[in-house]
Design a protein around this ligand. Sequence first.
Ligand SMILES: Cc1ncc(COP(=O)(O)O)c(C=O)c1O
Length: 434
Amino acid sequence: VKNLRKDTVEKIDTLQDMVAQELDSNSVERRPSPFAKFAGYQKLLKRKAEAKESGVDVTFFAAHEGVNANIVSYGGREYVNFSGYNYLGLSGHPQVSEASKAAIDRYGTSVSASRIVAGEIPLHGELERAIADFIGTEESIVFVSGYGTNVAAISHLFGRRDLVVHDSLAHNSIITGCRLSGAKRMSFPHNDWDALDKLLAKHRGEYQRVLIAIESVYSMDGDIADLNKAIEIKKKHDAMIMVDEAHSLGILGENGRGIGEMFDVDRRDVDIWMGTLSKSLASCGGYIAGDHELCDYLRYLASGFIFSVGLAPGDTAAGLAAIEVLKREPQRVARLKQRSELFMNLAHKKGFNTGLCDGTPVVPLIIGNSIKAMKLSERLFARGYAVQPVIYPAVSEDEGRLRFFITALHTEAQIANTIDTVAEELAKLEDEMA
Ligand SMILES: Cc1ncc(COP(=O)(O)O)c(C=O)c1O
């Protein structure tokens, strides 16, 4: 940031002036913010200024009206939506909404304290039992955030004498949990089991405990980890394994019970199952599932659990009701799979590069550089399609992409029209940029 060119500095200043003017106009006189000069903030302003200069105006925080499902509306206009994780269409499902409302009527909107301090509502235990039964573990424990679940669990369970080895594409919450734990952190190339094996052969002996942290479906590329291979390596090196099922619960396995069901593994071979309530389960929060000792240890001692409020009644009831609907209607899982594969196959027919995608509901269309990906997203929005670009530094500069999240609610026609429109808009854009 120190070496910014003069014109970029001017652009940032202009942008800062504009923001300050806007804020001035709706508040009392503002003082200069001490955060304005933070290097990270300056970097953000630089990127915004550059995007603006390239004529890109992607709206990141657009307020949507109504449920975030296969259709979403912004400013009174409806869009075919690929930017949410409502994979099974259970957010907005009448039974889930009703259960959530009834819990609020009965218990209020907050449980107002940590569960260890003030006790819990019966729904907490019911949800934890339902999650454990659904994925096939002894117990589970729920936290108020999926992100916070990884941070709280990893940082609590591991320490200075331990090693956490994670996939190079692991979610930020896993990495933050490792950092906070004080354990040594290493990464292995994405889904490269030989590399993991070699790394552990070299380093296993230097540490007390070793955790292998992987995801089941990767949220940037939509590919699936080989769980059998991961378990084999864990056993070989006397390590532990944690699987983040944020994007596989409700998705993988015939009944949506996740990657454990898909690979038909003994669920006890994975030491720590983690998942979020915010995606297929139409709520907010996360869980850790595994044996009694794991959950008991976290329940009484993990800072992120005991020093934080219990899951809100409405969220708890929504997660519980979502599991009930999912158990009753496994056809949602089958439909999601069919729609996801349809999207991927039609994309291939049009010559799109879908990267590593394995037919899961996370389908990247790799377009090229960041500006091209942002412009394409903007054009699609103008045509009535909501899909977010993923750009550098989240992916390398030449792998800018549009990432489509498919839901069981998308119709086949919506999917076919989307692929046609993306191809059309991309061709136009490439002509203009040539
Ligand atoms: C792999 C993975 N883990 C954890 C999280 C955090 O979950 P939440 O958004 O429910 O906090 C996400 C969120 O997208 C995720 O993709």
